[in-house]
Design a protein around this ligand. Structure first.
Ligand SMILES: [Zn+2]
Length: 286
């Protein structure tokens, strides 16, 4: 997949730049693409695959970036050209490779004393281990030995730090459940300063998402919509860097197939998410 992503630089010269945003425990690159149609744009950071088994996430991030490069649709093209995009389809590459063997693996692949792996979406340095995370190495929600104990989150967060002044959006892709989650996850009373704006834009976003295939999402603050969590990437991005728009997508479906979403749903998921992003950024620019 990285070879294919890298090949896009030659197909779209001057627009696509390959980026190594970090490293994994087993030495793989956390590989991404910057897509920019010109100078002076605000930045959008998009990550997928932090949870290894959520295969629709890397597929969807890849779908979005390819559609932004090739679309003939004027409204998609306008949004694509309005910002700089940092696409990282698979930020837990060791876990993703391991799901070829153990399909439902969630964490990274660093061995601890009793068990293997840290839940990388509980390891970010923002209210780390303040609920919905575990200090049991064998738990699927093991938060790691300390905040940013894992090279994947540590190295990628340093890359995000280097961009932070230019970023106005941070999006994370997961499945499943069909939710659009607004920070924060750790405390029922903690919400971003622009919580009302995030709800307004979020409602419009899921409305446009549903038009093409009738796929219904809910929008809300993470802790109300799902459950308390802590140490998650979007909370860190919004909480630490005051990035204006931060959302976590929980993609299809609502549990019929769950993590094993069939391949024929890849393209429809990508299409409806592009629809939703067009609306998100049109609303944000109003
Ligand atoms: Zn997930």
């Amino acid at each position: 997949m990285n070879d294919w992503l890298r090949s896009l630089e030659g197909r779209f010269p001057g627009i696509v730049t390959p980026i190594v945003g970090g490293r994994s425990y087993e030495g793989r690159e956390i590989f991404g693409l910057k897509i920019s149609f010109g100078p002076g744009r605000k930045g959008v950071f998009i990550e997928g695959g932090i949870h290894a088994r959520e295969w629709i996430a890397p597929s969807t991030v890849t779908y979005i970036l390819f559609d932004f490069l090739t679309t003939k649709n004027a409204s998609v093209r306008a949004v694509a050209e309005s910002r700089d995009w940092y696409f990282f389809p698979s930020i837990n590459p060791d876990g993703y490779v391991y799901t070829q063997t153990d399909r439902l693996w969630r964490k990274n692949r660093r061995p601890y004393e009793k068990c293997v792996g840290v839940d990388l979406n509980r390891n970010w340095d923002y209210h780390w281990m303040e609920g919905g995370a575990s200090n049991d190495e064998c738990s699927n929600m093991f938060a790691g030995g300390s905040a940013f104990s894992e090279i994947e989150t540590k190295s990628l967060s340093e890359y995000v730090n280097s961009l932070a002044d230019t970023l106005d959006t941070y999006l994370a892709f997961h499945n499943y459940g069909q939710h659009l989650l607004i920070p924060f996850s750790h405390d029922e009373s903690a919400v971003p300063e622009n919580n009302d704006e995030l709800h307004r834009i979020g409602k419009a976003t899921i409305e446009s998402l549903s038009v093409r295939y009738g796929t219904n999402y809910t929008v809300g603050n993470w802790h109300q919509t799902l459950y308390i969590s802590s140490g998650v990437s979007v909370d860190w991005a919004v909480g630490t860097h005051k990035i204006r728009l931060g959302y976590t997508y929980e993609l299809r479906d609502k549990g019929e197939y769950g993590f094993l979403l069939p391949p024929e749903q890849i393209a429809p998921t990508g299409q409806e998410i592009v629809d939703s992003l067009v609306r998100m950024f049109n609303e944000a620019d109003k």
